[in-house]
Every structure is written in structure tokens, then in C-alpha cells.
Design a protein around this ligand. Structure first.
Ligand SMILES: Nc1ncnc2c1ncn2[C@@H]1O[C@H](COP(=O)(O)OP(=O)(O)O)[C@@H](O)[C@H]1O
Ligand SMILES: [Mg+2]
Length: 324
């Protein structure tokens, strides 16, 4: 697969103005971005995502390390490498507040050397896709935050670059608009051949949209893996059995031998057994033990691990699964 962006040994620190304290925002970041993929840059607040994105866009200069865009270091030949990238940065909406929605799209397309005629159809398509058609003549400063965000993404799309960088595209949006933006991003992924990097502190967004995730924590990459494989690695199936009779001591011992992390609780009516299985077939081992005393089962509930739990485990340092 063709590498579009290659990031190696990236480091960047800031110096706080007042205290002169130095903050190492990015310590050691390495990853590649491949043509046509949707990469999720995931990490808690303060992890270094925005700094990494600004370094990729050439808005910041690294202390050390290198970023190559289509083989060209972005510090050597800034204009040449940056023509392949458009970005929507957090907070900084690249829009003119006193122009209308359509005027913004036309203006920024013009900035990228595209004529009004050339982009007319594309603008109509984008307005439709982003559900901004009925707002096309509205001034930007009269739009809701969610609509401004959608317009900012549409403007970046229109630049027609190979790479699109979106920093926290759903941050600060209400739940419904956040979901709408997610649907739009998914349809961009489906309908346009683009390479997209989305940063987010929200694992749900990354899980929903991205093929691969690079998880960063405290300025360092801790995971670089396909999202589906990452979930598989962490997949532990948790079952909770509600029993109509308590387990005998022999049964409890047998369960503990095979499933040392089990939890067993008795109350007046029911007894509850919770076990973590590696494979779903292991449930039969539980049945064998229950069979010994013909213990009646009232119900079985299964809880599969969720991506946000995976993320928390990684961030809490339980990342022996990290691939080096
Ligand atoms: N301009 C700045 N001056 C000083 N510190 C900064 C500046 N920008 C970011 N930081 C600090 O650098 C770290 C990483 O920030 P950032 O890249 O914005 O993380 P993220 O986008 O993952 O939340 C944080 O500790 C943040 O407070
Ligand atoms: Mg950020």
C-alpha cells in the first residue's frame, strides 16, 4: 500500500509564557498513513493529537523528527507538500463569517485555483450531502455551531486534496448534530476516494468511522492497529448466570480452578455467577459443573467488551497487547 504520510520520531514541546515551564506535547510519535484509509487518531484530552495534526499541516515546526508527505519532508518544501492536504482544525473554523454558505464554498474553491463554474456541481452536491441546501444564502455568523462545522468540512472537501485532516470533528456538538456529522463522514468515506485522518477523544466516533486507529497517550503512540483486530485482541466474554439454587462447595471449587477470576454471590432467592471466558465455547465447562448437582439456571446474560473499555484499558497502561 502506498504511504501518503510518513511520520518518524516526531517531538514537539511548548514553553508556557508565564512560568517558562516546558511542556512536552509530543514525545515520540511514529506512524504511517496509507492511501485511501480512514485513520483515527485517538487519545484523551492533552494526549498531543492537535499538536500532531498541526505539525502535519506545517502550522508548527517540530523540535525533532520528520513528516514526509508523498515522500517530501513538509519542512523542506512546505508549499509542495501542503498542496496535498486540507484540514479542519478544532475551534478555528476556516470560514468567513460575513459571507454566505455558498459564497464561502466558492471563495475557498477559488483560493485553491478552482473556478466558480468548475465547482458549481460539486457545491450543489456538497450542500445536499451536508443538508445545507436551504441555508446556502445564510450568513455564516447566523448558523448554528453544528452547521458551521459541517460547512467547514465541506470547504475542506472542496479543496479536492488527497488528504483530509479533521481535528475533533464532533467536539462541542449536541448529540444529534454529532451523529449527523458522523453519518456525513461515513458517506464521504464511502463515496469519495480520500485519505482521511480524524482525531477524537471519543472512542465511539473512531469505532464508528475508522479502519485503523493510532492511539496516543502523553505524546506517545501506544497502539497502531486495525480497529476490528484491536477489539478481537481484547475480547473477553463476560457471562452472568442467575441460578435458582446455590452452588455446592465442590462446584464452587471446580469453577474457581477453571475460571480464577469468577465472582460468585448468593442472595435469598438467587445465586449469581459471573465468569470471563476466552472463547464462547468455554461456557460448556460451566454447564458441566452445574450438571453435577443439576443446578437450575434462571437466566444467562452475555456482555461483550466494548471499544471504550478497550481504550480505557490501554490508557490505564494495560497495553501488553501493543504491537511494537
Ligand atoms: N500553545 C500551547 N502552549 C502551551 N502548551 C500547550 C499549547 N498547546 C497545547 N499545549 C499542551 O500540550 C499538550 C498536548 O496538547 P494537544 O496537542 O492540544 O492535545 P490534544 O489535542 O490531544 O488534546 C497538553 O498538555 C496541552 O496543554
Ligand atoms: Mg485537541
Amino acid at each position: 500500500m502506498e504511504k501518503i504520510i510518513e511520520i518518524s520520531n516526531l517531538a514537539k514541546s511548548y514553553r508556557k509564557r508565564k512560568s517558562r515551564e516546558i511542556i512536552q506535547a509530543v514525545k515520540d510519535v511514529d506512524f504511517n498513513v496509507y492511501k485511501g484509509e480512514i485513520l483515527g487518531l485517538l487519545g484523551p484530552n492533552g494526549a498531543g493529537k492537535t499538536t500532531t495534526i498541526k505539525l502535519i499541516c506545517g502550522l508548527l515546526y517540530p523540535d525533532s523528527g520528520e513528516i514526509k508527505i508523498k515522500g517530501i519532508p513538509n519542512t523542506d518544501n512546505r508549499l509542495e507538500s501542503l498542496q496535498h492536504i486540507s484540514a479542519v482544525l478544532e475551534g478555528n473554523r476556516n470560514l468567513y463569517w460575513r459571507l454566505t454558505v455558498r459564497e464561502n464554498l466558492e471563495y475557498f474553491a477559488g483560493n485553491r485555483g478552482r473556478s466558480r463554474k468548475e465547482v458549481k456541481e460539486e457545491i450543489d452536491e456538497l450542500l445536499h450531502m451536508f443538508q445545507l441546501k436551504d441555508k446556502e444564502n445564510e450568513l455564516v455568523n447566523r448558523l448554528s455551531r453544528g452547521m458551521q462545522q459541517k460547512l467547514a468540512i465541506a470547504v475542506a472537501m472542496l479543496a479536492n486534496t488527497e488528504v483530509l485532516l479533521l481535528d475533533e470533528p464532533t467536539l462541542g456538538l449536541d448529540v444529534q448534530t454529532g451523529l449527523e456529522v458522523r453519518e456525513i463522514l461515513k458517506s464521504i468515506v464511502k463515496n469519495y476516494q480520500r485519505t482521511i485522518i480524524i482525531s477524537s477523544h471519543d472512542m465511539d466516533v473512531i469505532h464508528d468511522i475508522c479502519d485503523r486507529t493510532v492511539i496516543i497517550n502523553q505524546g506517545t503512540v501506544v497502539i497502531d492497529q486495525r480497529v476490528d483486530e484491536l477489539i478481537k485482541l481484547f475480547e473477553v466474554l463476560s457471562y452472568r448466570l442467575t441460578l435458582n439454587e446455590p452452588l455446592s462447595l465442590d462446584q464452587q471449587k471446580a469453577i474457581s480452578t477453571r475460571f480464577p477470576t469468577n465472582e460468585y454471590v448468593e442472595d435469598q432467592v438467587y445465586s449469581y455467577l459471573t465468569v470471563q471466558l476466552e472463547k464462547s465455547e468455554d461456557i460448556y465447562q460451566i454447564f458441566q459443573v452445574l450438571q453435577l448437582n443439576r443446578t437450575p439456571i434462571d437466566s444467562i446474560d452475555r456482555k461483550a467488551i466494548r471499544f471504550d473499555e478497550v481504550f480505557l484499558k490501554i490508557i490505564q497502561g494495560d497495553h501488553q497487547y501493543a504491537m511494537d
